[in-house]
Structure formats: structure tokens, C-alpha cells
Ligand binder design. Sequence first.
Ligand code: DC
Length: 231
Amino acid sequence: MAFVVAIDGPAGTGKGTVAKALAERTHFINIDTGAMYRCVTLECINNGISVQDEDKILQVLEKISINLEHQDGKQKVILNGKDVSQEIRTPEVDDMVAKFAALKIVRDKMTPLQRKMGEENNVIMEGRDIGTVVFPNADVKIFLDCSLEERSRRRYKQNLEKGIESNYQDVLKSIMERHKLETERKIAPFVKAEDAILVDSTNMTIDEVVDTIYSIIKSKIEEKNNGQSNN
Ligand code: DC
């Protein structure tokens, strides 16, 4: 198996930015598993399929194609041949995605796809259940946390930068609702893996978070290499 770094954490911790920077430093591939759940959600929204209609969702899942492409240091999310990198980040998708991600049929399709990606490449894989379900034997497991207020503030600022209209209270409410759905769902609930290393980014800059995780990865790689050369 390749080298797998699992980074799990709630929305708005800066996970995406951190994973991207780590992928650049390590030359590993960054896999944003949240983007995959967002693709399923977007496809269902675009086809007027509600979260209750599991038969129709199954039909979508049977023919869905999701590709995470990496060009010039940027990740592109391709859904059924179309670049949806922006479309999957709208508040509409934000509000629905936790509901679709809670469905067993959806997770049963996404988890094996993610495992395959991690078996073929050295990866920095970010999500909610990477260290607990997708790769319980990941080489490095990080649980990236941050206070609810700071997460909401960061997400609100990101929206402003992207020209997406929102207000802080709505963002806070949406993040709280999603967090409740993600932590209370029956399948693959969002919890810290017992053996994950906790990094609390509330009072840290992105660079500090990247440096902290990078040094953990580096020492694990050295440990693994030494273990192999001693065998
Ligand atoms: O990280 P994000 O906000 O883009 O994730 C979008 C949604 O997908 C979020 O509601 C949690 C869910 N998700 C999940 O259930 N499991 C993952 N491995 C990644 C994301």
C-alpha cells in the first residue's frame, strides 16, 4: 500500500488549504473526499431528486463519474465530464450535502472509490471518516479541529472572497446543523479516531498548521523507511 495521510476535521478548519499545501510539499496527491459527496449532492439537486428518493439516487450513483484532476497546483473537480469546482461550493449544496452524505447507498459507493485512490498513490486524503473508516490503518492520522465561532468566521470570509452572498449568523447556523447531522448519523459518524493526533487550529495560522503536520508526516516517512531497511 502507498503512504496514506488521513486528515479529518469539521467544516471551516482550513482543511482544504492545509491538505493542498501538504500535497505540494510532499508531492503526494490531495484527495478532497468532501468534494465527492458534494458532486453526488449537486447531481441530485440538478435532477430534482430529493434525499428521500433512494431509487433515483441509486440510478445517479450507478452512472456517476467523479474525477479529481490536478493542474498547475489546482484541484479540479470533474463531474460527468464537466468542471464543477465552483458549483459544488454554493450555499445550496452546503445545506444539502450532509443529508446526502448520511445515506448508506452514497457512502457504499464513495468509500471504495476513495480506498482505490489511496491504494494507487501516496495521498493526503481529507474528510470526516478517513482515519476511522476509509483508511483505519493510515500511516498518519490527523484530527484537525477549530472552535465553532472561528470556523464560521473563516467560512463567512471565504464566501465574501468568492462573491457569495451570506451573513455570519446564517453561516454559523448552517455549520452547526451540518455538524449535528455528521456526528449523529448512523453510518460512519464523524468522530476522532482514537489514535489520531489532535491539531487545534483555532489560534494557529495556516502556515503553522502545515508546518506542524508536515513534521509529523516527515518523521513517519523516516520511521517507515528505517523499518523497511532494517527488514
Ligand atoms: O469537507 P466538506 O465540507 O466539503 O464536506 C462536504 C460534506 O460531505 C460534509 O457534510 C461532510 C461530508 N463528508 C463526509 O461525510 N465524509 C467525508 N469523508 C467527507 C465529507
